[in-house]
Design a protein around this ligand. Structure first.
Ligand SMILES: [Zn+2]
Length: 121
């Protein structure tokens, strides 16, 4: 892996290759491509594990619960309005946030050359 001049945040926000910043990172919403279509970087090194999901759970829990409480105490809506509103918004927020966090952890993994430890190279 070579040194990257691409911003980690830019790469994550646009879901682009961490090396060139041009090729798309995902082939579907959250499914990684096999390699970069622009520079050919092999994405096989990418292993974000459960990292994006853990961060997304904490961030979404804080934001959605806070928004639901604000909505409840500001407008005092019927319960079904909470169910419809948060039942639709939460999965949309989750997908967007997971996509961003997966791109962010991928770019950070590439930038810092993070990988499993080995005794012999
Ligand atoms: Zn690339």
């Amino acid at each position: 892996m070579s040194e990257s001049k691409v911003s980690v945040l830019r790469s994550a926000a646009l879901a682009r290759c961490p090396r060139c910043g041009q090729g798309p990172l995902f082939r579907q919403v959250l499914v990684l491509r096999d390699n970069c279509s622009h520079c050919g970087l092999d994405y096989a090194f990418i292993d974000t594990g459960d990292g994006p999901a853990v961060f997304a759970i904490f961030i979404l829990g804080f934001v959605v619960l806070g928004a639901a409480l604000w909505f409840e105490f500001t407008f005092n809506p019927a319960v079904w309005m909470h169910v419809v509103l948060w039942g639709l918004l939460t999965p949309l927020f989750a997908l967007g946030l997971l996509r961003f966090l997966k791109g962010l952890l991928t770019a950070l993994q590439y930038k810092h050359k993070a990988e499993e430890g080995r005794l012999v190279r």
